[in-house]
Design a protein around this ligand. Sequence first.
Ligand code: NAX
Length: 326
Amino acid sequence: TKTPVRVAVTGAAGNIGYALLFRIASGEMLGKDQPVILQLIEIPAEGPQKALKGVAMELDDCAFPLLQDIQLFDDPAKGFKDANWCLLVGSKPRGPGMERADLLKDNGKIFIAQGKAIDENAADDARIAVVGNPCNTNCMIAASQARRLPKDRFTAMVRLDQNRAAAQLAKKAGVAVTDVSDIYIYGNHSPTMFADFTHAKIGGKPAAEVIGDEAWLKNEFLPTVGKRGAAIIEARGQSSAASAANALIDHVRDLATPGVVHAVAVPSTGQYGFAEGVWAGMPVRSTASGYEIVTSYEMDDFAKSKIAITNDELVGERDTVKEMLG
Ligand code: NAX
């Protein structure tokens, strides 16, 4: 039998956590033959800690054959101990009237502490996936604390945007989502992201050719994908949870599957014109131990202009938190 993989999850008593943990425990993330140990981390407050116990009771009640242990923590240093995967879902939500800069800085403190706790305590092979927003910049901040672990182990999630884009293209073309390929997300997980329809394929043919409506791609598809999170909140009264958890399952599973190409926010060394050192969504090809950035897509002027906008936003976020980065 395989050695269990330790999966640490922050924000485990939250909405995404509730849609996520049962799928990890059932083997959907790391495989149906891979035992897991869940190390669940919440803030020390009574409410979240009590809710976390409830989630653990339900996990017990599923009697998942692969779930070898469930451990509950209020201290990240203990919660990340020996973790192979660190899924950073928890973050501070934007309160009413709160400035974006304050949100960035408040979350910055959380991700400095978590980055440090991971670097000091997690397993040597630890990989990190950040979901809590603003996820690209939170990820950059956490990675800034890494002394032992390579910074490129820290990734942020743009997979929900990729999945949203694939679904929209399939719907428009009237095909199954499995017919859509080569759709990747560039830049920030925010409305400025660029869902690159220019290289997307439908049934192996260029998506733009199949859809035959450039105005729709530029003026409807891009904003629909970019503002989908807000549209879900408007419709449901709550932010995306099941689809976000599903995207995180996809993100981790595909990082753990050599050969798969998928969009991940990773540290830029200048690919596609992104500023060096920001965490930008790009296509990566997973390898046995990590990933390599796919740099072969040629961008036209339209795509370049979109990438420039989302890059500017990432650089602006970095400027806002630069004193924290040390
Ligand atoms: P919830 O508010 O339901 O849950 C968040 C949980 O995190 C709470 O239980 C809270 O106590 C906990 N938490 C806060 N700070 C923590 C800390 N320092 N350590 C441990 N736990 C902490 O939010 P939920 O709907 O689950 O969303 C979680 C995060 O995902 C949010 O930041 C949200 O903006 C972000 N999202 C990111 C997406 C992406 O594509 N990257 C999409 C979905 C989602 O909006």
